[in-house]
Design a protein around this ligand. Structure first.
Ligand code: AMP
Length: 331
């Protein structure tokens, strides 16, 4: 992380964005190693909460996941946006993740519109507009191909299946999905699950996909399709990790000032992948610990509207909250 902070300062000095390959001669040989690649949606979200409505704000599963993982490792983003994507959002992304894998296409950026009920625990999707995401054929920058860790965030499962083939040295891959893809491309979702080491999915979506009502049965069914690990996110109630006959439950970190849960699940997954990548390990103990980081990053995400909750924290805040969480959960 020291090196990473150092780089941020260097880039500030040069008035360019961190983690991008520097264009100046002096820095031509510096090529920041991308150890984690995140692929998925980058969006303009409309989020309707009981207290506030946000219109066309920066969102998307890969955005939340990439920013969350950037607290742990250099992250390369593969995504597509339209010509309408605001420069200010591009700047936010570029100050956290490498954008060599970001395509800007003619057309409109992917849009999502969702509304929360007054408990902030149920979200209804009002509109999903794929726009430039539809039929997107991503190219993987050469320096991303060495990534040993790949996260396929919410996205068209067929695109995710194609993308994972581009990586030769994958040590650990994980994917997520969402109601939209389960309803429109269920077969492809199941197929995608066969191609990755781990599936992270929220409880309602796990039930919808497997047609099982019990979360253990859901996880068993998903594992029977071929993935080794299943992580079921339960919103404010934490998570369940399944591997072989191991079940590792985690309580959610109790938060009083929840304002917008959007992206909490993606932040959870980004933290898991970021932590695993930083450790370069995939044993069950490290995976268990990664889900603790997942809960912690998710807890920050819900405290701000859109990305605010993640953008205002520092590494030291994560450390403090980890300590607090450990204190809360030990007997
Ligand atoms: P979460 O709250 O973790 O479920 O993630 C919400 C994010 O997922 C929002 O920022 C949306 O832009 C994005 N999203 C919603 N629907 C889809 C979809 N069908 N495909 C990809 N990303 C989506």
């Amino acid at each position: 992380m020291l090196a990473l902070n150092g780089l941020k300062n260097v880039s500030k000095f040069l008035h360019c964005t961190p983690f991008k390959r520097f264009e100046r001669d002096l820095y031509e040989t510096i090529d920041v190693e991308i150890m984690l690649t995140v692929f998925g949606s980058t969006a303009l979200d409309t989020i309707r909460t009981p207290n506030k409505v946000l219109k066309d704000v920066l969102g998307g599963a890969a955005t939340f996941a990439g920013i969350s993982s950037s607290f742990f490792v250099n992250t390369g983003l593969i995504a597509v946006v339209g010509k309408d994507f605001p420069k200010k959002y591009h700047n936010i992304l570029s100050s956290h993740v490498n954008l060599d894998g970001l395509s800007v296409k003619n057309g409109k950026t992917f849009r999502y519109d969702g509304k929360y009920d007054k408990t902030l625990s149920t979200r209804t999707t009002l509109r999903t507009e794929l726009n430039v995401l539809e039929n997107f054929q991503p190219t993987v920058p050469e320096q991303y191909k060495k990534s040993q860790f790949v996260y396929l965030a919410n996205n068209d499962p067929d695109q995710n299946i194609e993308l994972i083939k581009e990586f030769d040295h994958v040590k650990f891959s994980m994917c997520d999905t969402i109601e939209f893809w389960i309803s429109t491309k269920r077969k492809s979702v199941v197929n995608m699950f066969k191609k990755v080491d781990a599936v992270v999915i929220n409880d309602e979506e796990a039930k919808l996909l497997t047609k099982e009502m019990n979360l253990i049965k859901c996880a068993k069914k998903i594992m029977s399709w071929g993935t080794k690990y299943v992580i079921i996110k339960k919103g404010q109630h934490g998570s369940l990790l399944f591997f072989d006959d191991i079940i590792f439950p985690l309580a959610g970190l109790p938060i009083e000032n929840v304002v917008d849960p959007t992206g909490a699940g993606d932040s959870f997954a980004g933290a898991m992948m970021g932590y695993l990548t930083s450790k370069k390990k995939t044993d069950i103990t490290t995976i268990k610990k990664s889900t603790v980081y997942g809960n912690v990053l998710g807890s920050f995400a819900v405290q701000g509207y859109g990305l605010e909750g993640l953008l205002r924290i520092k590494k030291s805040d994560i450390k403090k909250r980890m300590t607090l969480y450990e204190k809360m959960t030990c007997l």
